[in-house]
Design a binder for this molecule. Structure first.
Ligand code: XIL
Length: 354
């Protein structure tokens, strides 16, 4: 594998203006995304969504893969005594079976979830308990989960280097903890596609380059990474071409690629933002279209799945964020009432090969 060179793009400054009412959504007759796309179209979900008939109707129409937004994370699975509680994750897995949707496991090991029970473990028990947690979780969904985010977000926030965390400290560094998690997951399920997942890889070329170098190093050492996940929480103010450039670099490994958590916030999180709503919506469409086109341009064997991080704007985690996002944000393909936006029609046309 050749070394890679990512051009650093100058950061662009966007100024935040007051939010006005969203531009009226034209009525769009959207074909089923899952029937249009030549690959699985995914969505994240929490168990609370399953009791919302409108959500179920929208998701069963457009999506063929489901990622538990919370229920398969360590903080939900691991009880205070270290035992595992799968009641919520099982409910989502059962929903997938009922709806004939693929289930995608998210996420086994993550710097952001250093569970107190693991933190308190003595040195001589840590590896055994880590392996038990990974193995038990992956084995439970063997034959149902088509893939896993085995390790999430290993690259440093600014892209310079890699995160130190409980897992890296206990397993002899960044490569050590990632290798351990992937090896145990592979032993537990020989079929599932095993992903290394991270965010801001398109937004921040330095971070994208660090991710690519990490993948290259891990693969060269024999780590059983068999899929590459780019979360794609897009910064809609980045220059045109940055997304395409990263996707091309990512494709260079020849592995299946998962756009794993797409959303495109209209909010910059900056104190002053003079962009009109029309400008922001145009920027959002441009970047989402660029991502969809870059994904479609991949060899078919590498188009693993295209997942949005929420069905409707009202389902988005962005609504609860203060650093970009907020209660008026509209980052997804469908509005609060589940109506498709123009950007959804753009994506459908691209997926149709139009
Ligand atoms: C987020 C969920 O959407 C929120 O509901 C939760 O409060 C925090 O985690 N990258 C990831 C996801 O890999 O697991 C995160 O999901 C969003 C960022």
């Amino acid at each position: 594998m050749s070394r890679r060179h990512i051009l650093a793009a100058a950061p662009s400054l966007a100024l935040m203006g007051c939010s006005r009412a969203p531009t009226a959504s034209p009525v769009i007759d959207l074909p089923s995304l899952k029937s249009t796309a030549p690959f699985p179209v995914g969505v994240c979900a929490m168990t609370g969504h399953l009791d919302d008939p409108a959500w179920v109707d929208l998701v069963s129409t457009h999506f063929s893969q489901l990622t538990p937004e919370w229920e398969m994370k360590m903080e939900r699975l691991v009880r205070d005594d270290g035992t595992l509680d799968f009641t919520a994750s099982d409910r989502l897995a059962d929903f997938c079976a009922d709806q004939r949707m693929r289930l995608f496991g998210h996420t086994l090991i993550w710097y952001a979830q250093e569970h107190p029970w693991f933190q308190a473990l003595p040195e001589d028990r840590f590896a055994t308990e880590h392996d038990r947690y990974v193995r038990t979780t992956v084995e439970r969904y063997r034959g149902r989960a088509v893939g896993w985010d085995v390790v999430n977000e290993p690259v440093a926030e600014d892209g310079n280097g890699y995160r130190e965390c409980l897992w890296s400290r206990r397993f002899g560094g960044v490569d050590g903890y990632i290798r351990r998690a992937f090896d145990v997951a592979r032993e537990a399920d020989g079929e599932a596609v095993l992903f290394l997942n991270d965010y801001n890889l398109e937004n921040n070329p330095t971070k994208g380059a660090s991710y690519l170098r990490l993948v290259e190093r891990l693969l060269a050492a024999g780590t059983p990474i068999t899929g590459l996940g780019t979360q794609s929480h897009l910064d809609i103010t980045i220059p045109e071409g940055q997304i395409t450039a990263f996707m091309r670099e990512l494709a260079g490994f020849g592995l299946p690629i998962h756009v794993s958590e797409l959303d495109a916030s209209l909010e910059s999180g900056r104190r002053v933002d003079v962009r009109s709503d029309a400008t922001r919506e145009s920027q959002q469409r441009d970047r989402v279209v660029e991502l969809a086109e870059a994904f479609m341009a991949l060899p078919p064997a590498q188009r693993w799945a295209f997942t949005v991080w929420g069905a409707r704007d009202s389902d988005s985690w962005m609504r609860l964020r203060e650093d970009g996002g907020g209660p008026n944000d509209r980052p997804l393909l469908f509005d609060d009432r589940g109506r498709p936006k123009p950007v959804a029609a753009d994506v459908a046309q691209i997926f149709a090969g139009g």
